[in-house]
Design a protein around this ligand. Structure first.
Ligand SMILES: Nc1ncnc2c1ncn2[C@@H]1O[C@H](COP(=O)(O)OP(=O)(O)OP(=O)(O)O)[C@@H](O)[C@H]1O
Ligand SMILES: [Mg+2]
Length: 279
C-alpha cells in the first residue's frame, strides 16, 4: 500500500465531476534571486475562482518566476501569495497545493519508458491510488484530450502535439482546482496550437478550474482568456490588466472578429509599452 489518499479519485472529467476553481491573491510580491537579480517588483493580482488569466510580458520579466511562486515551489522575497481553497472549495476540505494545483510546461516532460496511459496515471500513482482506479481515471483523462486510441503508445511513438495532450491529461487526472501553464504550446506548429487552444478552452469550461496561462502570443491570450495581464520588462510589474469580454463560446472564426482585434491590439500595445519601461 502506498501513502493514504489525499483526494477522492476522479470519476470523470465531465461537468458531472465539476471541480470548482480556487482564488489566487498575489499582494505586493517582489522576488529577488540569490545573486541579486530582481525578477519581479510589487506585483498585485487578484484572481477569482474559475477565471482564465493569460499572462504576457517580455522574455525575462518574471512570468515563470511568478508561476513558481503561485505553485508554492518558491517563496517570495516580499509580499504574499495565497491560494484560497475556502473561496472555491466545493466540500470545505483544505487546499493541498500538491494535489489541487497542477503545472504544465513548454516541454511535455513524459517518462519515455512509460505508455501514455501510465504517464497520465503517474500523479495518482504517486498518491497511492489503487491501480485499477488510477488507470481508469487516466484513460478518461486521455479520452478527454482526444487520445482515446493512443493509451498504449510510448512517447517516442507520439507527435509533439500528442505528447503535449498526454501532459495535459496528466495534469487533469487529479482534477486540479488550479492549472498553471507555462507556454505549453509554444513549440508546436500553428494548426496544432490552435487545436490545443480549442481543446483547452473546452476543458476549462467543463472543469471549472482556475487557469493561469503564460504565453508570448497576443492572439492565443485573447482567444483563451477571460482576462489578459501584461507585465513590463524586468523587474516585472503589471502594466495592463484587461478583461477579455468575448463570448464564452469561442470558435476559430472569432479570430477574424473586430472585437478580437481590438483586444489583441490593446495587449500588443501594452507589451510595447512594457518593453520601454526602464528596469
Ligand atoms: N534560479 C534563478 N537564479 C537566478 N536568476 C534567475 C533564476 N530563475 C530566473 N532568474 C532570472 O529572473 C528573471 C526572470 O526569469 P523568468 O524565468 O521568470 O522570466 P520569464 O518571464 O519566464 O521569461 P521567458 O519569457 O523567457 O520564459 C530573469 O532575468 C532570469 O534570468
Ligand atoms: Mg518563462
Amino acid at each position: 500500500m502506498g501513502p493514504p489518499l489525499l483526494n477522492p479519485v476522479p470519476k470523470s472529467l465531465s461537468p458531472a465531476g465539476l471541480t470548482r476553481g480556487v482564488a489566487v491573491q498575489i499582494s505586493g510580491v517582489r522576488h529577488v534571486f540569490p545573486g541579486g537579480v530582481e525578477a519581479i517588483r510589487r506585483v498585485d493580482l487578484d484572481i477569482a475562482p474559475g477565471e482564465f488569466v493569460a499572462l504576457l510580458g517580455p522574455s525575462g520579466c518574471g512570468k515563470s518566476t511568478l508561476l513558481r511562486l503561485v505553485a508554492g515551489l518558491d517563496e517570495p522575497t516580499a509580499g504574499r501569495v495565497e491560494v484560497d481553497a475556502a473561496a472555491g472549495s466545493d466540500d470545505g476540505r483544505p487546499l493541498d497545493r500538491r494535489a489541487d494545483v497542477a503545472c504544465v510546461f513548454q516541454d511535455a516532460h513524459l517518462l519515455p519508458w512509460r505508455t501514455a496511459l501510465h504517464n497520465a496515471a503517474l500523479p495518482l500513482e504517486l498518491r497511492g491510488v489503487p491501480s485499477a482506479d488510477r488507470l481508469s481515471a487516466a484513460a478518461a483523462a486521455l479520452a478527454a484530450v482526444g487520445l482515446g486510441g493512443a493509451e498504449h503508445r510510448y512517447p517516442a511513438q507520439l507527435s509533439g502535439g500528442m505528447r503535449m495532450r498526454v501532459s495535459i491529461a496528466r495534469a487533469l487526472v487529479t482534477r486540479p482546482r488550479l492549472l498553471l501553464m507555462d507556454e505549453p504550446f509554444a513549440a508546436l506548429d500553428e494548426i496544432t496550437r490552435q487545436r490545443l487552444d480549442d481543446l483547452l478552452r473546452r476543458l476549462w469550461a467543463d472543469t471549472g478550474a482556475t487557469v493561469l496561462f503564460v504565453t508570448h502570443s497576443t492572439q492565443e491570450a485573447v482567444f483563451l482568456a477571460t482576462r489578459a495581464v501584461v507585465m513590463s520588462g524586468r523587474p516585472g510589474r503589471v502594466v495592463l490588466d484587461r478583461p477579455i469580454d468575448l463570448p464564452r463560446e469561442r470558435s476559430a472564426d472569432l479570430r477574424a472578429d473586430v472585437a478580437f482585434a481590438r483586444h489583441a491590439g490593446a495587449v500588443y500595445a501594452a507589451l510595447e509599452r512594457g518593453e520601454a519601461v526602464p528596469a
